[in-house]
Design a protein around this ligand. Structure first.
Ligand code: GRF
Length: 320
């Protein structure tokens, strides 16, 4: 089984890091931990990682600008071959540029049921508000603090007489169950045909006058009427012995297709049968798929076969 390469950033005790690490050592884990890095040399989790033979890296943020510190941390990530960065009690805010470069590939765990209680002192705030539950959320990191898409949550009941410390302790237990599972699901979904199809379907059906239609046993998308529509995309799940999960879209012809395949073989391939007529395979089961790029290809392919009455409308819309 392919394992995604995960780096973990910590600043403190690193109990979530330990939970993530030991989950990664179980049979059939979806990820492996390739690096544990910290901005604090005395972070207790570093010892745990070292004892398990995991590479560690320390770079103090003291005396460095945010950008300098992030650059050092990023160099360590790249050296370790990191695909996903998982923050586990990392007490530094990452620079916007860093977050943009790793967009969609950084996860964080936050001790509240987001969108409630972003920032600090979450357990006290939940108790003071009289909430029935506190808990933890795993979310995608975006430049805005604790505001990215929430992927998974665990609820923890608030008891009478609860203190922030007693609640925090149980929230940690819940976090240790939640985080490894959420990370596994997230890193696997990019290789899951069902998830990839759903993403393609959303983009394809957002284009005007489109519908899904099977062709030679594979799902595809057409533009135009149900009766006389034309295919602008085919979805291939490891078809004809290929290892790729891909969406096939139309290029201008064989020359463009071969150029793409030669210059970016990690992104494009020439599919069986369809390749001969200029359809290129856009590989989806790989790290760092740019869904904007997939969307642009779908639109271009759509335009190349859509009836003039629809492309005209699209051209008009483009001017605004
Ligand atoms: C956790 O409560 C987590 O929600 C927050 O920081 C804490 C980290 O704890 N982001 P630990 O270092 O994993 O024990």
């Amino acid at each position: 089984m392919r394992k995604a390469k995960v780096a973990i950033f910590i600043s403190g005790s690193g109990t979530n890091m330990a939970a993530l690490l030991y989950a990664s050592l179980l049979d059939n884990a979806a990820y492996e931990v390739v690096l544990v890095a910290s901005n604090k040399a005395d972070a207790a989790g570093l010892d745990i990682a070292e004892a398990e033979g995991i590479a560690t890296f320390v770079h103090s943020h003291m005396g460095h600008s945010r950008e300098e510190h992030d650059a050092a941390m990023e160099a360590a990530l790249v050296d370790a071959g990191t695909e996903y960065l998982v923050l586990a009690g990392y007490m530094r805010i990452l620079s916007d540029e860093f977050v943009r470069r790793w967009e969609g590939r950084i996860l964080n765990i936050h001790p509240s049921l987001l969108p409630k209680y972003k920032g600090l002192d979450t357990n006290r705030r939940a108790i003071d508000a009289g909430d029935s539950h506190g808990g933890a959320s795993v979310h995608i990191v975006t430049p805005e603090l604790d505001a990215g898409e929430v992927l998974a949550q665990a609820k923890v009941a608030i008891r009478t007489g609860e203190t922030p410390a007693s609640l925090a302790e149980r929230v940690k237990f819940a976090e240790h169950q939640l985080y490894p599972r959420a990370v596994s699901d997230y890193v696997s979904r990019g290789y899951d045909a069902g998830y990839l199809y759903q993403r393609v379907q959303e983009l394809a059906l957002a284009l005007p006058e489109t519908h899904a239609r099977e062709s030679h046993g594979s799902p595809g998308f057409r533009v135009g009427t149900e009766k006389s529509g034309k295919f602008f995309a085919h979805f291939n799940d490891q078809h004809h012995g290929s290892e790729h999960i891909a969406v096939l879209v139309k290029t201008s012809g064989i020359d463009e297709l071969m150029g793409l395949v030669e210059t970016q073989p990690e992104v494009y391939f020439k599919p069986a049968y369809y390749g001969a007529s200029g359809w290129v395979g856009l590989i989806l089961n790989r790290p760092g798929v740019d869904w904007e790029h997939v969307s642009e290809w779908l639109e271009r392919s759509w335009r190349s076969v859509a009836p003039a009455r629809l492309t005209k409308l699209m051209n008009v819309a483009d001017q605004f």
